[in-house]
Design a protein around this ligand. Sequence first.
Ligand code: ADP
Ligand code: MG
Length: 253
Amino acid sequence: MIMKLLELNHISKSFDGLSVLRDVSLSVEKGEIVSVIGPSGSGKSTLLRCATLLEKIDKGELIYKGKKIASPGENGNSIYASKEDIRQAKKIFGMVFQSFNLFPHFSVLQNIIDAPVTVNRENREEAKERAMKLLKQFELDDKADAYPCQLSGGQQQRVSIVRALALDPEIMYFDEPTSALDPELTAGVLKAIKELAREKMTMIIVTHEMNFAKEVSDRIIFMEKGIIQHELSPDDLFDSKYERLNEFIGKIS
Ligand code: ADP
Ligand code: MG
């Protein structure tokens, strides 16, 4: 049976009367890689923030691995599951933001093992061992004792990826992971995400890197004005029948 890791059904979200997500539905199966593209302000980050429980949806349904985390109540507004269910759901995913969000006063290794040890109560030595393995895989093992300020932006972002992976997520979310980087540092971060793709990690990636999206994705979603306007195969990205999408791609590439 095909397992859906994430299901978003008919979700809506407004901020002070501004409708930011309008009846958005998206589901992701284990092993799938979905890229989300679209102009600034179209609701891409809000979509990820709702999926990762950083924002609450107003309407609709949010389901992780078949378990309802938010679903419509009697008046139609979404009601969230218990704190414990939410805590369990949060273990399913990891998130990497545009800004790297590392703790500046922690070394690379400390940044990575902090949550596994303090939140998940993992054995410190085992957490360290696993962290070192991940650092090696992402060519950062010589940086374990460095502090974030001693690393390039690209290295910091790769550490952020390793930090998320150290919690052993089943889905990884990326919100424009290379937008804050100089072009020459972008490649290393994209390579790290491709490495995850090779391992069949389930991912939802918001990106402006169109060639990367075409290369790595199973599906691409084009958002505009809070709506999923189109869903397409990566083969059609640069040659679609959708005028607005072509115009958008023309503008950014
Ligand atoms: P994108 O990531 O596609 O650029 P966002 O999801 O960040 O778009 O934003 C979509 C819209 O929602 C924008 O108009 C933005 O100003 C608004 N928005 C996002 N977050 C908030 C918030 N916390 N409060 C008020 N408005 C917000
Ligand atoms: Mg955004």
